[in-house]
Design a protein around this ligand. Sequence first.
Ligand SMILES: C[S@@+](CC[C@H](N)C(=O)[O-])C[C@H]1O[C@@H](n2cnc3c(N)ncnc32)[C@H](O)[C@@H]1O
Ligand code: SF4
Length: 373
Amino acid sequence: MTGLYIHVPLCVARCRYCDFYKVTPDELPDIGLFLECLDIELGRLPQGFAPETVFIGGGTPTALDPGNFAALLASIRRHIDLSKVVEFSSEANPGTLTPEKLEAMRVGGINRVSIGVQSFNDRALRLLGRIHDADTAIEGFRMLRDAGFDNVNLDLIQSIPGMTPSEVLDDARRAAQLGPEHISYYNLIYEPGTALTRERDSGNVVPPGDDEEADNYFAVKAVLEDAGYDHYEISNFSRAGKPCLHNTLYWQGGEYFGCGPSAHSHWNRARFGNLPDLAEYCDRMRSGERPFDEIETLSPEEKARETLVMWLRMTQGVDLEAFRAISGFAADELCGPAIDSMLEEGLLVRDGVRLSLAPDALFVSNAVLSELI
Ligand SMILES: C[S@@+](CC[C@H](N)C(=O)[O-])C[C@H]1O[C@@H](n2cnc3c(N)ncnc32)[C@H](O)[C@@H]1O
Ligand code: SF4
């Protein structure tokens, strides 16, 4: 499977926790220039590239007005063979939705929308610096349904400072009650350089302790599983048959091109990332230069190791025979001693040809998986 990612580097305002690359409307006098340069980059992708998944992310794609969104979709269609596309997603911020915009998205081929709710608690939303409140998020979800979208993801964040355990549970229940096909439930990350991290460092914001975060994680998981969601990846839940194909492609070592400033690509074991700078990106596109500085080429073994670690994020684990067929390596050959000691410590579980994270290790997965790299 192959994928295409498009990064729209525009947000109405900067959320206080987020370090994704974006500019705000006052910093971007001409969105047309970005669309023109993206069109150039799409036109340079290899002939015959026919992805199964397309994901428009950001930033906030829905910060574009309906005309510009339609122009972006037309540009993708002009350059990319979409005949094999199964899943065509766009991210959306609830504070930016209108029926006209959603119509432009649906008509243009989008069949899955991921909406950034983060929390149903208005105090938490203010702390995060979101541009919307809980009612607007619920209204946004209803607008998506009214526009005919039957494959919707909600993004939520848990362990937001100041939320009590019962408020966390309330968020999970309200997400499940809305009944989306998919829920991504991220633990809040304190990214370097963000406003929230500065406030934590100065003591104005106090995160919950590790034990409380772990309790939240397992409590949210229980609520969503009781409501019929399958916990299929560390931070992701879906209704039967509705996992996110685009992210599954990342987790199973699939190849993809990323277009737009800061977008990453992984193709033929080569990895490269576009510069996170819109002006530089546009200059390079217009002068025929490539929008990235370095290409890192992974050896077959490095690529296999990376795939193993990413694939282990999926709760079903890795089918070791499928992994060998795809990567050309047996998992034991890559990191046998580390796997053996983690099996002994109970961090990994082996069931026939399946190797997976132990349920208790899901919350500490980053530490566990980094041992295998
Ligand atoms: C590009 S945004 C989604 C679309 C839109 N920009 C919005 O925020 O509504 C991607 C998602 O990443 C998550 N995210 C971003 N920064 C995060 C952080 N520091 N910790 C946890 N989740 C984060 C948020 O849940 C957010 O919805
Ligand atoms: S979370 Fe979404 S809306 Fe907020 S700054 Fe990040 S990309 Fe923009």
